[in-house]
Design a protein around this ligand. Structure first.
Ligand code: ADP
Ligand code: ASP
Ligand code: MG
Length: 411
């Protein structure tokens, strides 16, 4: 007998028939003798709809009320799945975040889980009752509902698996595992049977939304056995050929590059004619940090005459307007000549722990892009990834070219 946490994303609970399908999967685990906690997302499209209602009624909405609204989609699914389970004779009870409680910090709309009290869940699971938990939500120190950021149900599931000391955490979604790149864009993407925590963390934070970044951080920290698999392709109770997220030493054959991710959530800002003297960068990025704008990639051009230079950097698209405002207000103080911005960019990254021990990975990337005539605007690297910023219109072309260049194409 094992204790397991299963998580079902929006498409997997997209309509009543799909919720019944989920109930049958849960039933199979219960009949196998396991204790089961299930985390559910809102039905497909519901969270987007709720977010747009908030924006429509109040463009600069109060984050606490935003959370009150957008958390509601998960409440509906948790109740519906509990009912579907009861209908097939499985004892089940739904749980909202505050009822457990799942305690978070007070950063509404992107809260972090700080503690989960498992006393009652433990008791119920041990008695054979299935717990159906609304994902994406918890309760803030002020006693209000807080949500965990988009895609946050993954984090709810991994955090519960850690707190409940579960044997595994299965993330059911609309693809049957983690692929070398987004299979919806590159038809030749290959499913990975295993990926390391570290690579998965980079993939997620660089744009692969198959798992929320924080869920991977948490899995890595608490060594939760996470598996990504499809809720559509396997019969209930059958063997599960998804992707396992594991420690590096569990990988038998390590590829040089294991995955390619992309993020359209970037916007480029260039300051032209910035004084080329010590302290200028601190001067520019200070006010942005004060305005809670995250700066990602940065490049400073060499100055031709030693007095003025150009500085290019990226921020998330949703921060672009705020960043522009901050920089315009500080223009005289900062002393740049002109500012240009471009939201039509994409960050493409190649990721692999194999890079630590092999040279030439970046060079292969630059050559493959050059061959397709794709201009690289900004570059950034770390120990296990290389990222480039390119024009958004080349996203698919670049992903396909790189996928082939690193020998990742499926046969
Ligand atoms: P859910 O609603 O189940 O949480 P998401 O839409 O959040 O599902 O995540 C699954 C999606 O992630 C897939 O449909 C796929 O398009 C996308 N995706 C991006 N990169 C990858 C990747 N490397 N492997 C698998 N899926 C990926
Ligand atoms: N429903 C939330 C979202 O769409 C949380 C999730 O699905 O993980 O972001
Ligand atoms: Mg998701």
């Amino acid at each position: 007998m094992a204790r397991i946490v299963l998580k079902f994303g929006g498409t997997s609970v997209g309509d009543i028939e799909r919720i019944r399908n989920v109930a049958r999967k849960v039933e199979a685990e219960v009949r196998a003798g396991h204790q089961v906690a299930v985390v559910v997302s809102a039905m497909a499209g519901v969270t987007n709809q709720l977010v747009s209602y908030c924006r429509e009624i109040s463009p600069l909405h109060d984050a606490r009320e935003y959370d009150a609204v957008v958390s509601s989609g998960e409440n509906v699914t948790s109740g519906l799945l509990a009912l579907a389970l009861q209908e097939i004779g499985i004892p089940a009870r739904s749980w909202h975040g505050w009822q457990i409680p799942i305690r978070t910090d007070g950063v509404h709309a992107k809260a972090r889980i700080v503690e989960i009290d498992t006393t009652e869940l433990d008791r119920r699971l041990s008695s054979g009752e299935v717990a159906v938990i609304a994902g994406f939500q918890g309760i803030s120190p002020q006693g209000r509902i807080a949500t965990l950021g988009r895609g946050g149900s993954d984090t709810s599931a991994v955090a519960l698996a850690a707190a409940l000391d579960a044997d595994r955490c299965d993330i059911y979604t609309d693809v049957d595992g983690v692929y070398t790149t987004d299979p919806r864009i590159v038809a030749k993407a290959r499913k990975l049977s295993r990926i390391t925590y570290e690579e998965m963390l980079e993939m997620a934070s660089l744009g692969a939304k198959v798992l929320q970044t924080r869920s991977v951080e948490m899995a890595m920290k608490h060594r939760v056995r996470v598996q990504v698999l499809s809720s559509f392709e396997q019969a209930p109770g059958s063997a599960l050929p998804g992707t396992l997220v594991v420690d590096e030493d569990e990988i038998v054959e390590q590829e040089l590059v294991s995955g390619i991710a992309y993020s359209r959530d970037e916007a480029k800002i260039t300051l032209i004619g910035v004084a080329d003297r010590p302290g200028v960068a601190a001067h520019i990025f200070g006010p942005l940090a004060d305005a809670a704008v995250n700066v990602d990639m940065i490049v400073q051009n060499v100055s031709e005459d030693g007095t003025a230079t150009d500085l290019t950097f990226t921020v998330t698209k949703s921060d672009l307007d705020r960043a522009k405002q901050v920089l315009e207000l500080a223009r005289e103080d900062l002393g740049y000549r002109r500012m240009t911005t471009d939201p039509n960019v994409v960050k493409v990254s190649v990721i692999g722990v194999g890079m630590r021990s092999h040279a030439g990975v970046a060079q292969r990337m630059f050559a493959a892009l050059a061959e397709k005539g794709i201009n690289i605007q900004v570059i950034s690297t770390s120990e296990i990834k290389v990222s480039v910023l390119i024009a958004e219109e080349y996203t698919e072309l670049a992903l396909r070219a790189l996928h082939t260049a690193y020998g990742l194409d499926a046969a």
